[in-house]
Design a protein around this ligand. Sequence first.
Ligand code: UD2
Ligand code: MN
Length: 483
Amino acid sequence: MFEEEKKELPLYNFHYRCTHLFRECKDCPKTSIIIVFHNEAWSTLLRTVWSVINRSPMENLEEIILVDDASQREYLKKPLDDYVKTLPVSTKILRTNKRVGLIQARLRGAAIATGEVLTFLDAHCECTRGWLEPLLTVIRDDRTAVVCPIIDIINDQTFAYIKSFELHWGAFNWNLQFRWYTPGGSQLVKRQIDPTLPFNTPAMAGGLFSIDRKYFYEMGSYDEGMTIWGGENLEMSFRIWMCGGKVQIAPCSRVGHIFRKASPYTFPGGIKKTLYANLARVALVWMDEWTDFYFRFNEAPNAIKHEQNISSRLQLKKELKCKSFEWYLENVWPEHFFPTRNRFFGHIRNVAVDWCLVKPDTKGISNQPVGLATLEPCIKRNVTLEMFVMTKEGFVMTDDSICLDAPETKSGPVAKVRIMACNGAERQRWSYNNSTKELRHVTNQKCLDVSDSSKSSEGLIIEDCNGEESQKWILEPVPWNNY
Ligand code: UD2
Ligand code: MN
């Protein structure tokens, strides 16, 4: 099967330097593949299953476990039972008798798995040639690594396979939504030296990963208090990192996934009892002083946080002697844009106009807000659109990893100030003088200024410093934790 395929299928995916990984996997562990689904389409479910069968080395494939999370569709019942009996790889179907959600469905699948490694997939994927070997190689060499493929995109209209951007890692924003950002310093350098090496990621997307089966249980598998959908990916990422393991992306492994615009299924009990409850659990167990930051600015999870019983997860955290969330931010994600004890956090108010700097609402590539830096009337409520962090290094950043940015030209026409994806570059550094109230652009020593005090749409500029009120800024701290 494998030989024939080579002629027909494009090598969609990988870098030519990845080819050697095919040959290196002879002593790799065997894996069980666990796929959970609720009312999945026949074609996408079977595309996932057949891509596993056709594109995994048989000697590394222990079994496939399908967990049907109380689907109502008829074809997923007896017709699916009959169909899997004809498959060339041992395939089991488990069925939950009532809807339990993806976290608990995965736990049921894992409980009957016999492979040394567990590999989880969503039910609408396509694995490409050579997808499995790079994942197993990482775990063979380090059983504390939880490893993900690069996730390519399957178009949800045409079902075509589209290669996605490689230079991404996973993290999250102030609302604990999972996001792809550009990796920082050391991991970026690693990519440039050898694009086949696995690199660290602060968080995983959640659906597609391999983990040593015994390690999965030693580390507390999943939080069984979580239901239906959401949050388990951050919970696992925090737990693995803080309790001694690592989360990585193996760039030679590529799996396509259908990203759907809307959820095709219901959330029993509503989003409050499911997603927000799950996120509240993540914050309560793992985020230490940032727990309060999350709840201050996220009302819905805040309202239900008291309903959560998290004692067994706190117990686990203690038994595993896990490090702090501060350690995690400093060491795993030093480029993060959360407030810390030695960063300013709050409003940046212009003295002349008495308006505040705001985060733009236009979106750029990878869905990040970008645009001209503008002012708007300051909002007094706990709205994060007007909250900025200023770091010791001089980066003025806000939610979703965007930074105040200005060109590095020393002379020339008036330079407009923009809000762009943070990239650690010199041109994004500013210095604040507490007595003059100036915000100076570090590379050209010009001052942040308002172009036309009557119109916010004109945006901000950098100008020669002149001591005028339009160049004076007040950094108004907003409390973000209880300490
Ligand atoms: C992402 C992850 C997903 C999961 C989720 C957060 C990827 C590509 N996908 O969202 O795996 O981590 O974030 O929780 O990283 N399902 C059930 N029962 C349910 C709901 C869902 O079995 O009650 C199944 C569903 O059929 C699918 C899988 O769980 O196979 C993941 O659900 P999704 O595809 O709707 O999640 P996605 O990709 O939006
Ligand atoms: Mn999915």
